[in-house]
Design a protein around this ligand. Structure first.
Ligand SMILES: NC(=O)CC[C@H](N)C(=O)O
Length: 380
């Protein structure tokens, strides 16, 4: 990737999908080339949180909202230390950002971080294509990297697939760190970082939890060395079928009966730890308006999603697992995909979506309170 930006808005760019469909537009952000899995996000706000979510590592994100960058880039909203998307696709980027917190334009930020993007293409047509054909590999090429379409297509078809990708270690912390409780400390949680977003420990800290964030390679001994009241497994990039170490770590936690909560990748890990399979969705769920039903209360919540894989568990029956009975606690009302699991004989549950979502909606914030209740129950 190169990062020259001067005149990028006039530099031609080409987006090539692995099935040969081509879109032509203009460079946005860094000029150069990039590859990844093409996925679309329907969120109309929260682009900074999307770009900096480590779960988007190796994905090229297509924004269905036509105007992106309107509020520029601030220093408060990132979910991690850098942008993780491997490429960014927008229709009509803001020419003049306007917001009291804005420090620079999104175009400048993408360029400064070396993230290659494309603008000025028909993102609606591209999204419909991905919805019909499914998420697939893509390349974006601008400036000197443009060659004839056949040569570009061959390069896209050589790029790695998302299925089978083991990526947590590429994004997670290598050193443990502590996020202190806000106010009085009530609990200690060991959070296994598979690609954690900054807002997750914050949501726990707000509830009096001191969060010990541990590397993805943490062992059962590392987890129990912090004397946790609860253990958390984070979101993260890649294919859950490859996450053998987190699955065996989680089994160690389930055996001990410590309260356990998982989000997104963490839900897929719980699924696997219980003996269920995972599979790749055709085009996944990404956005901030996905309807989910909490089957334990019957309530419907509007939620933030970012997942391309899902757990394969029976919806309408209680399953016997090595850790007792388990059931599907949450389901997506658009397509009946499993969105949450809970154990009936042990204090453990997880959701496939994002109750921490900083850009909102916040309907699902109660799940952090549920985790607190499990930890309180264990003490009583
Ligand atoms: N946000 C996440 O944790 C995503 C989990 C997994 N990488 C998926 O795409 O399904």
């Amino acid at each position: 990737m190169t990062t020259s930006t001067r005149g990028a808005a006039k530099t031609p760019a080409v987006l090539v999908l692995e099935d040969g469909r081509v879109f032509r537009g203009r460079a946005y952000g860094a000029v150069g080339e990039t590859f990844g899995e093409a996925v679309f996000s329907t969120g109309m706000t929260g682009y900074q949180e999307t770009l900096t979510d480590p779960s988007y590592h190796r994905q090229v994100v297509v924004m269905t909202a036509p105007h992106v960058g309107n509020t520029g880039v601030n220093d408060e909203d990132p979910e991690s230390k850098r942008i993780w998307v491997s490429g960014y696709v927008v229709r009509d980027p803001a020419r003049v950002p306007s917001n009291w917190r804005s420090r620079r334009s999104l175009d400048e930020e993408l360029a400064a971080q070396g993230v290659v993007g494309i603008s000025g293409i028909d993102t609606r047509a591209l999204t419909r294509h991905l919805r019909e054909r499914g998420a697939m590999r893509v390349g974006i090429f601008s400036g000197d990297t443009i060659q004839d379409d056949a040569a570009l297509l061959a390069r896209v078809q050589d790029a790695p697939q998302m299925k089978g990708a083991n990526l947590s270690a590429e994004v997670a912390t290598t050193e443990p760190y502590v996020v202190p409780a806000i106010g009085e400390k009530k609990f200690t949680v060991a959070a296994v970082d598979l690609g954690i977003k900054g807002m997750t420990p914050h949501r726990m800290a707000e509830r009096g939890i001191e969060v010990h964030v541990l590397p993805a390679t943490a062992t059962v001994e590392d987890v129990y060395a912090v004397n946790p009241d609860g253990v958390f497994f984070s979101n993260g990039p890649g294919d859950p079928a490859t996450a053998d170490h987190p699955v065996s770590l989680m089994r160690g936690v389930l055996e001990r009966g410590t309260p356990l909560f998982g989000i997104c990748f963490g839900n897929q890990i719980l699924g696997r730890a219980l003996g269920f399979g995972t599979y790749k969705l055709k085009y996944g769920h990404r956005g901030i308006n996905q309807p989910v039903q909490d089957r334990t209360t019957g309530k419907v919540e509007v939620t933030a999603h970012n997942h391309g894989f899902a757990v394969d568990a029976p919806l309408d029956q209680v399953s016997e697992t090595p850790f007792g009975r388990a059931e599907v606690s949450h389901v997506c009302l658009n397509d009946n995909v499993v969105e949450g699991l809970q154990l009936l004989d042990r204090p453990a549950f997880s959701v496939q979506y994002h109750p921490e979502a900083a850009a909102g909606p916040h309907d699902a914030a109660y799940l952090f309170d549920r985790f607190v209740s499990l930890m309180e129950g264990q003490r009583a």
